[in-house]
Design a binder for this molecule. Sequence first.
Ligand code: GDP
Ligand code: GDP
Length: 455
Amino acid sequence: DEDSALLSDQQFDDDDLPFVPAPPVLAIVGRPNVGKSTLVNRIIRSKQAVVEDVPGVTRDRVSYDAEWNGKDFSIVDTGGWEQDARGIHRQVADQAEVAVDEADAVIFVVDGLVGATAVDEAVVRMLRRKKKPVFLAANKVDSEAQMAEVYALWNLGLGEPYPVSALHGTGTGDLLDAAVKALPDTAQHGGLVPRGGPRRVALVGRPNVGKSSLLNKLAGSERVVVDDVAGTTRDPVDELVELGGETWRFVDTAGIRRRQHMAQGSEYYAMLRTQRALDKAEVAVVLLAVDEPISEQDVRIVQLAVDSGRALVIAYNKWDLLDDERRYYLEREIQRDLGHVSWAPRVNVSAQTGWHKDRLAPALETSLTNWGQRIPTGRLNAFLGELVAAHPHPVRGGKQPRILFGTQPSSRPPKFVLFTTGFLDPGYRRFIMRRLRETFDFTGTPIEISMRVRE
Ligand code: GDP
Ligand code: GDP
């Protein structure tokens, strides 16, 4: 039957995915002023990267497209820590660590004239634990006469040091040949880049909430169907819909339109279908109907959408059926059952009359914008510093965990890493999460925070 056809068809084509695998990532790490930006400029052969002559100027992690020997990759330049007498050593290592976790290979730059410092050695210890290919660049070796320090760098235990002059370009070819050879074809650590073209929306919700009606209302007579493979069991069909002056791609609309089937299918298959649509989308519209109490299945679908890491809009349909009494209970149900997703934009609509249908596009825009947001490391740490000063973590068993440093290594959805001196209480974590949302606009996007405890 159709459900088993759906199941056996779980391996959908790559073409269906809203993302393409990101190119592999080469991280450039090292102390400030060793010449990382100059080296990055050399590699990307342009002046995209800014070289700062002022020591301690806050620069954030930046990523650039690069190509060497016919291979595309991205380069992540790890500035970002602030010159801070208390914690500079630690922060250099922390920032580098996050970049290294996301990278496929690493170029570790040291100042070839100065040799290895204590900070360099701390970075080396971290690099060893990560077990990624590491290439040691001894920079500022502008002439043969300066080679003596370079040989001493064998002591770092990272293999052969590559003497380079990022300024003059000498030695950088050999270094890149080796580093780029060590890169896989695509990024190994969750890197996804939007494919481009119309942004992809999954319209999901339990049977009978009005998905099909809403889609009809939105698409009107201008229906454009893509990927319609007639006469096969491969039933996902996407439709292009104009909303708010923009074209959106509603994914897997065949399942939405086949009303009877949806109503009859078991919840298990409905959830499977929902999951598949979410996988293919950048943003989810979860549709609920206000004429009936919010059900467990509604809440489960909202949770699937949140867990998928996609941007989210919650739409309440059949608003034309709402009377005052039902409205009172509805608001209470929303607070009780969906209070944890109060960050999602809420749109009240009537698919039947078309009331408020033009509110959907702005909500989608908001969620997608915030989903892709990245907070610069400097701003994030200014925020954390103020927050921790005003509301320190409660003392637990004579100890008080501190937050040393934070960074946001990725977005879609935004992910934060906090370096701490101990485990943070769940309540305190929720507090940070709430303050993050209040301070920066994360309306419409889930956010994740992970902790790294430093002994
Ligand atoms: P970053 O903080 O590690 O990104 O370092 P920068 O790229 O900003 O460089 C710091 C300083 O070192 C700048 O004044 C650069 O011009 C200088 N520099 C970078 N590479 C070389 C090099 O190969 N030789 C010399 N002599 N100076 C360099
Ligand atoms: P789906 O299963 O989620 O695709 O839901 P349908 O679009 O098939 O709608 C289920 C039923 O709800 C149909 O009888 C629709 O006419 C009705 N319906 C959908 N939207 C509205 C609405 O906004 N107001 C009212 N009164 N009925 C609606």
